[in-house]
Design a protein. Sequence first.
Lengths: 162, 106
Amino acid sequence: MSAHERPDRPESRPPAANERPPTPDELLVMAYVDHELPPRERAAFEARCEREPALARELALQRGLDVLARDVAPREPEDHEWARFTASPSGRLQRVIGWVLIVVVPLLAIAALEFFVWRESVAPFVRWGVTILVGLGLTYFLLALRARLTTRPYDPYTGVRR
Amino acid sequence: MIVTTTDTVPGREIAHVVGLVRGNTVRGAHAQHDLSAWMKNLVGGEIHEYTKLMAEAREQALDRLESEARASGADAIVGLRFVTCEIDTGAAEFLAYGTAVKLAPK
C-alpha cells in the first residue's frame, strides 16, 4: 500500500468536504456568507441559488455553520468598554505610576552610580569614564526619543486598536 | 485590491501570476507599555498593549503587501499568509506574503 492510499475510505465513497480542497462553488458560497461579494456578483449568486437546489443546500449549510460559529464565540468587550476602562481613575493611576517608575528608577540609578563614582577613593579616570558613558547613554536615549516624537505624527498605525 | 487566503478568487478567473509579494514590519512598544504588560502577565488575562502592538504590525505589513502588489500591477493577492516571530523582547515582527495575480476581465 502506498503512502497516498487511505485504507479507512473505500474507493466507492466520495471524499468528504474536509478531505479535499473546496470547490469553486463552495468558495463562492463562503464568500457570499461572509459578505465578500460585490453587489452584482451577489445578485448573480442569488439567481443561481434559485435555479440550483444543490447550491441552495450548500448555502443553507454554510449559513448554519456561520450562525453556530457566532453563537459559540463568547461576546467580545466593545471598544468603548475598553476605552472606558482605560479612562477610569484606576487606568489613569496605573499609567501615571508606570511613567513615574520608568522615569524615576533610571534617574535614581544614575544618581546613585554618580554618587559612588565621585567619591575621593575612586580614581579620576574611572569617574570621568563612567560619567562620559552615562552622558553618551542619555544622549543616545534622547536622540531616539526625539526621532520617535518627530515620526509619530506620520505613523498612521498608532490608532489601530486590535 | 482583493486580498484572500484562498488560492482562487471566487467567481473570477486568474489571468496570470504576477509574482510573490510581501510586506513586513517590526514594531516595538514603549517602556510604559512593557511595564504594564509585565504586570498584567503576573495576574493573567489579555495584554492589550501587546494586542494593539500586534494589530499595528499586522495592518502595516498588510498595507505594505498591498502597496507592493499595486505597484506591480496586480488586481488581487491570493494565498495570503502571515508569519510572526519575536526578534526582540516586547517587539513584534509581522510578515505578510502572498501571490499577486492579474484577474481576467469579467
